[in-house]
Design a protein around this ligand. Structure first.
Ligand code: ATP
Length: 460
């Protein structure tokens, strides 16, 4: 991880947030290469799940929405993690993380009902010493800590103006369900997709961009007819499970590094009847990358109760009215980027006893597709020709022009940022109107006519 973090900073993928002010813990800024990759992932995801499907449409809903939404969705009361604190060093932890999921599930009922004194006694038995300062028997009783970030709308910090930054993008979809049905001509089954920021006041953020308090989600709510039997929703769930695996393959993530975890009943979110977590083997452990949940009709039903508006769907042919049930595939954008960075980082020995670091990104995902490198920086003819090629390519491909340093060093730099093609313009180019094109992965070089370059550099 440290090597990836250092490369990402050095090359302009990801910077520590607010660095000149000493930073802000667990916040990150995406630099010129990071933003290219995020945009590439977002547009590929949109093409994969929206444009290539007939029955999925998009939305971009507000981040701050009526706080009643969070009452209806269950987030106001239920979206919390068990927080404990060491009385000595004041470090805070998630009790479930420290004792482990299995033990926590066995103890959950006790912690929900017992007195504070008894809860503290039990937690001290379970966690004998603080993982940070090592002192013994210092943990406080767990208390439920709501993860929603709060702010106030308007000039007065009054409790009536209290609002939340959305902890998931999904609710913006549910509250627009009727708008979309009436305007988009979609009939059940159909889906609504959204990409956008979400915020969670995580107790223990960390592992680089894996768990942060501000992140981006890519989510689909897929509406189906209320199932008559389990197999009715299970087959749609299975289709989405396969589609999610197809997407992971498209990212060129090795499927042997993906583990599907059937989330045990006790761990399911309040709205879910079944959830599969797609876990990826990150350098710091096997952790959740994506999730797929069967949310039943929980959300639309509750929004109808709280808003007092009819949110039922009316079948245009049969006239039947119902709350559609929902299958929800959800993808973290930042975790996608992290998985890709981890998957593609390679250190290789190359002929001549040298070493190189290469990011073997899929071509469509690479932040820069082509580097244009004049062999010499003080030859006017070579520079003119190089700039001509660069200007001709840059409208259709993300290109970088680099004339500084030896050609070997320039190749190394492009390998580190995962550029699939490097074009070198030399003396022969002036005579023959051709260039060498170096392939990032094989390091093989081929001479290509300048007139054929665009065709040669095409990728899917
Ligand atoms: P975790 O168990 O890791 O906290 P979760 O089950 O709470 O995740 P979901 O509510 O299912 O996560 O959110 C959907 C997706 O959003 C996750 O699969 C993940 O990719 C991403 N995600 C969730 N929380 C964060 C976070 N704090 N930072 C970055 N990405 C996140």
């Amino acid at each position: 991880m440290n090597k990836i973090i250092s490369l990402c900073k050095r090359r302009g993928f990801i910077f520590p947030g607010s660095e000149i002010y000493g930073g802000l813990s667990n916040s990150w800024d995406f630099g010129p290469l990071g933003v290219e990759m995020k945009n590439n992932i977002k547009s590929a995801w949109w093409k994969f799940f929206v444009y290539d499907k007939q029955n999925i449409v998009g939305i971009d809903s507000a981040i701050i929405i009526n706080p009643k939404v969070w009452e209806a969705s269950g987030h106001k009361d239920g979206f919390s993690d068990p927080l404990i604190e060491c009385r000595e060093c004041h470090c805070r932890f998630r009790a479930d993380h420290l004792v482990g999921d299995d033990v926590w599930n066995q103890e959950k009922d006790f912690f929900d009902t017992a007195s504070e004194q008894d809860r503290e006694k039990r937690i001290v038995d379970l966690i004998e010493k603080c993982p940070h300062c090592g002192r013994k028997k210092t943990m406080t009783a767990p208390r439920n800590f709501n993860l929603m970030l709060k702010t106030y709308l308007g000039p007065i910090e009054d409790k009536n103006d209290l609002v939340y930054l959305r902890p998931e993008t999904a609710q913006g979809i549910f509250i627009n369900f009727k708008n979309i049905v009436t305007t988009s001509r979609q009939t059940v089954p159909f889906g609504i997709a959204q990409i956008g920021k979400a915020f969670r006041n995580e107790i223990t953020p960390g592992n680089y961009i894996f768990r942060t308090r501000e992140f981006e989600q890519m989510e689909i709510e897929y509406f189906i007819k209320p199932p008559k039997q389990d197999s009715d929703w299970e087959c749609v769930f299975e289709e989405w499970r396969k589609l999610m695996l197809n997407w992971i393959e498209y990212l060129e993530i090795d499927l042997s590094k993906i583990k599907e975890l059937n989330v045990p009943k006790e761990d399911l979110a309040h709205y879910s009847k079944k959830t599969i977590d797609f876990e990826y083997s990150f350098p710091f452990g096997v952790k959740e990358l994506y999730g797929l949940a069967y949310r039943t009709d929980f959300d639309l039903k509750n929004h109808e109760t709280f808003s007092q508006k009819n949110l039922k769907y009316r079948d245009p042919i049969t006239g039947e009215e119902y709350w559609p049930h929902v299958i929800e595939p959800t993808f973290g954008l930042d975790r996608t980027l992290l998985a890709v960075l981890a998957e593609c980082y390679k250190e290789e020995n190359i002929p001549g006893g040298e070493k190189r670091v290469v990011m073997s990104f899929p071509k469509w995902l690479a932040p820069i597709k082509v580097a244009v490198l004049p062999l010499l920086k003080n030859n006017e003819e070579i520079i003119t020709k190089s700039l001509e090629i660069y200007n001709n390519l840059k409208g259709s491909l993300s290109c970088e022009y680099d004339e500084s340093g030896t050609i070997g060093r320039r190749y190394r730099r492009q390998d580190e940022i995962g550029t699939p093609f490097a074009i070198t313009i030399d003396f022969e180019s002036l005579e023959n109107d051709d260039v060498t094109v170096r392939d990032r992965d094989t390091m093989k070089q081929e001479r290509v006519k300048i007139a054929n370059l665009k065709e040669y550099l095409k990728y899917d």
